[in-house]
Design a protein around this ligand. Sequence first.
Ligand code: UDP
Length: 240
Amino acid sequence: MEKGQLVYEGKAKRLYQTDDANLLLVQYKNDLTAFNGQKTSMEHGKGALNNQISSILFNVLRNEGIPNHWVKQISDDEQLVKHTDIIPIEVVVRNVAAGSLVKRLGLTEGETLNAPIVEYYYKDDELGDPLINDDHIELLNLVKQDDLTRMKELSLRINLVLVNYFKMCGLRLVDFKLEFGYDSEGSLILSDEVSPDTCRLWDVNTNEKLDKDVFRQGIGSVEETYTKVLERLKGVVSHG
Ligand code: UDP
């Protein structure tokens, strides 16, 4: 597979054309940002760790019938994906109170929610990715309502698959962010990444934070933390 022209560079990934118009090569970067770009860092090994973690999780999701853009991992920090037109909505699913939910509603961090909560954020850096609801989405014409319904259904199914999978790894899936898009045939599929940059993962026994919060809160090494996550995932993969 030829690595062609750079078509897009985001905060955490570079996208390159390939010799197949329907496929893009994604290179995961070591750059890490938080608080809407106010805190930045280069974290040795992060790109390769997230590429491997995301590849394992997209493969698990595909095997569970969740359509997604991942095709295959092609090197330590690169994977091949289907070209998708991204819908500018970040879907957040929460199982346990943490992060902005705690601040917004005054909950206690670590409280288990009675049922998973789904939230939508408008992907717009200048506006600071505001929280939006179905009516705002209709107003801004971000996606058709039936596709929004499908995104919510898929997000809850993904949550079930991932909660169970991470449980086998001794990890609690606190919350996570998803992005969806349309492939070249117009099908709605999961896109972007699923990694400790986009999920909160706590050790089931100790509640140790094993995700980007170690960077946000300055409480640990990103490389060591993400390595622990990858090792646990690999342990489950190799043991079937
Ligand atoms: N998240 C993300 N990208 C964003 C915002 C949130 O990946 O731009 C993830 C975040 O890592 C967490 C979940 O979505 O797993 C919920 O994040 P929250 O709303 O609590 O906001 P944060 O604490 O990241 O400001």
